[in-house]
Design a protein. Structure first.
Length: 104
């Protein structure tokens, strides 16, 4: 089960309210089952990429998409890890069927 730790809202900017780091979810508010599932999908992505490569890939892809779209939010929503998480976040059983390394 994914560990959830509540922290101050001061740690977050913009509309962000949760982040998953090394399989642990840090959030400043109560998360809905859908939001928890979203973060658990990120935890699975991070685990299968052995964490550090995930963060490098995530930031690099965000940067390249920012060059393409010139918009932080649009770039964020196009990161492959976010696309998978948003697409399947409402499917609570998704993680049981999820195939490794398929980020869509
Ligand atoms: Zn996400």
């Amino acid at each position: 089960m994914t560990r959830i730790i509540h922290i101050s809202k001061l740690w977050f900017r913009g509309g962000y309210y949760a982040i998953t780091l090394f399989g642990v979810v840090f959030t400043c508010e109560e998360l809905s089952p859908t939001e928890i599932n979203h973060e658990r999908i990120h935890a699975a992505q991070q685990r299968e990429l052995l964490y550090i490569p995930f963060y490098i890939w995530y930031v690099l892809e965000w940067f390249l998409l920012l060059l393409k779209y010139h918009n932080w939010t649009k770039a964020y929503f196009h990161i492959r890890f976010e696309q998978e998480a948003y697409r399947h976040q409402e499917d609570i059983g998704y993680l049981k069927r999820r195939k490794h390394y398929k980020y869509h």
